[in-house]
Design a binder for this molecule. Structure first.
Ligand SMILES: Nc1ncnc2c1ncn2[C@@H]1O[C@H](COP(=O)(O)OP(=O)(O)O)[C@@H](O)[C@H]1O
Ligand SMILES: [Mg+2]
Length: 238
């Protein structure tokens, strides 16, 4: 623990009996218990409306559970104050369906922003930018603006921004939802590389073919609940 509250020895993610009911009474999640050890690659899959985004939002603190415990890096996310949540988010990388890039900034500037707000030196920013752009195959497009990129390139730029600070945990919510199969597979390959470098990776997708091809642990949601037999309650023994 280097003063950031993240316990590297704890599971990256723990959910215990988590339910989420939205203000209008809609069920987002239903009694979900789940543990993800550090360094694991997990797909969260299920039809549209099954609760994938809700699950990820609970992990980065954008939504609060109605019932149950949500721990990320050993910290109870709903109990964090504003400063604690900001510190937690500095340990996370979050990727969305669209790259969510700032249109007026280049690829390099978009990615560097995450480092500037984290107080990195100029030299360290240069070093990290180069590595992240290389990882996603955008070195040659560093000075392009988002509108000059294809959809797949925009998404890879978003991934560079999400990983440039070497997050403990990468959360990607339908990162391939707008991509054709070739671009989707490229994105999965990038996540696999990150995983090989030691990151914990959680990717939501409704694309069952992609999940089958990627061969990682799968958590399947159905109407907000974990589908299938409750074998060991999805808790991996360590
Ligand atoms: N902010 C919200 N207010 C009310 N209901 C919501 C909200 N966000 C999601 N839901 C509902 O929660 C359920 C799960 O949604 P979501 O987590 O977005 O599923 P997925 O990402 O798998 O498509 C759906 O029925 C959805 O309509
Ligand atoms: Mg969703």
């Amino acid at each position: 623990m280097k003063g950031n509250g993240w316990d590297a020895g704890a599971p990256a993610v723990q959910l215990w009996g988590v339910s989420k009911t939205y203000h209008n009474g809609t069920t987002g999640l239903q009694d979900v218990t789940l543990e993800i050890p550090p360094g694991e690659f997990v797909f969260v899959t299920g039809h549209s409306g099954s609760g994938k985004s809700t699950l990820l939002k609970l992990l980065y603190g954008a939504e609060q559970p109605t019932v149950g415990r949500v721990l990320v890096g050993g910290q109870s996310v709903p109990d964090l104050d504003v400063g604690g949540l900001a510190r937690l988010r500095r340990q996370l990388g979050v990727v969305f369906q669209d790259g969510k890039l700032i249109p007026q900034r280049t690829v390099a500037e978009n990615a560097a922003l995450a480092l500037k707000t984290r107080g990195y030196s100029r030299g360290e920013i240069e070093r990290r930018l180069a590595a992240a752009l290389k990882l996603v195959g955008l070195t040659a497009k560093a000075h392009c603006f988002p509108e000059e990129l294809s959809g797949g390139e925009q998404q890879r730029a978003g991934i560079a921004r999400a990983v440039v600070h070497t997050p403990q945990l990468l959360l990607a919510d339908e990162p391939t939802g707008n991509l054709d199969p070739d671009n989707a597979w490229q994105v999965v390959q990038i996540f696999k590389k990150l995983h090989a470098l030691g990151a914990t990776v959680v990717v939501s997708t409704h694309d069952e073919a992609l999940v089958r091809a990627a061969k990682h642990r799968v958590v399947r949601l159905q109407a907000g609940a974990i589908a299938g037999p409750p074998s060991a309650f999805n808790v991996v023994s360590r």
